[in-house]
Design a protein around this ligand. Structure first.
Ligand SMILES: Cc1cc2nc3c(=O)[nH]c(=O)nc-3n(C[C@H](O)[C@H](O)[C@H](O)COP(=O)(O)OP(=O)(O)OC[C@H]3O[C@@H](n4cnc5c(N)ncnc54)[C@H](O)[C@@H]3O)c2cc1C
Length: 212
């Protein structure tokens, strides 16, 4: 029953992560529920009963939720002499130093292609924990899991397998607006990630194939 306004600098919600087609779907799902988007805009000031946007728009508001990203707090790691690069840098065992591990949002670890990545997803943090527990118990297998996250929008859930910070081509199969689609994100000949809606089996298969 609340009136909801979403303000963001991007052209579509989540477009940087999901690309044009799925972000258009996300926008429609929310608009169909009455959410009003103010995109290409930023909030510049919060007053007692309103948010002021950079084009001067005044949005009356009783409650403001600011989702403006997170930054890992690495001071303690730095003081301890660990290598820090916008996160705590680890090897492929998630080890930051002998007997010291970094997992979850704070860890910058080698991804499947060997490049260091820092991934803010629940399942990644969970699997990091499992992997480090195995390492501590003497299993020296490196962390090689494929990244996964879900993103729920009312009754529609996007499942995303892999990790694509940027891509040069995306391929859509099905119809996102009918909530039955998959999108493949490519860089050159490399498939970086697969996002699915209403196609859980395809997400599982992508996870298996990307890990292979
Ligand atoms: C609003 C929001 C929505 C999200 N939605 C999704 C989603 O849809 N799907 C998804 O996959 N991921 C989502 N995430 C990301 C996901 O929650 C994180 O990736 C995950 O929680 C990371 O786990 P973590 O253990 O690394 O860190 P956290 O879950 O942040 O846990 C760190 C813990 O350390 C504690 N702590 C901090 N400093 C100290 C200290 N000095 N001493 C002791 N304890 C300390 C904190 O209190 C906290 O409990 C979302 C995150 C946010 C904020």
């Amino acid at each position: 029953g609340l009136e909801v306004h979403v303000v963001g600098p991007e052209a579509q919600p989540l477009v940087r992560v999901l690309g044009e087609q799925l972000s258009a779907m996300v926008r429609k799902i929310h608009e169909d529920k009455g959410v009003v988007f103010h995109l290409g805009k930023k909030g510049v000031r919060i007053e007692a009963d309103a948010v002021i946007l950079d084009d001067g728009t005044r949005l009356a508001a009783d409650l403001v939720v600011a989702g403006v990203g997170v930054r890992p707090r690495t001071e303690l790691a730095e003081k301890a002499g660990l290598k820090v690069d916008r996160g705590v840098v680890t090897d492929e065992h998630l080890r930051a130093a002998p007997h010291v591990y970094a997992i979850g949002d704070i860890a910058r670890f080698p991804g499947l292609d060997g490049q260091l990545v820092r991934i803010e997803h629940w399942v990644v943090a969970q699997r990091h924990g499992e992997s480090v527990a195995r390492s501590i118990l003497g299993d020296e297998a490196p962390f090689r899991d494929v990244s996964f996250f879900w993103s729920a929008h009312f009754d529609v859930t996007i499942r995303y397998v892999g990790h694509a910070e940027s891509w040069d081509r995306s391929e859509v199969s099905g119809d996102p607006m009918k909530h039955d689609a998959s999108v493949r994100y490519w860089k050159g000949a490399r498939l970086l990630a697969v996002a699915t809606v209403g196609r859980d089996l395809e997400a599982l298969e992508a996870s298996r194939d990307r890990g292979a």
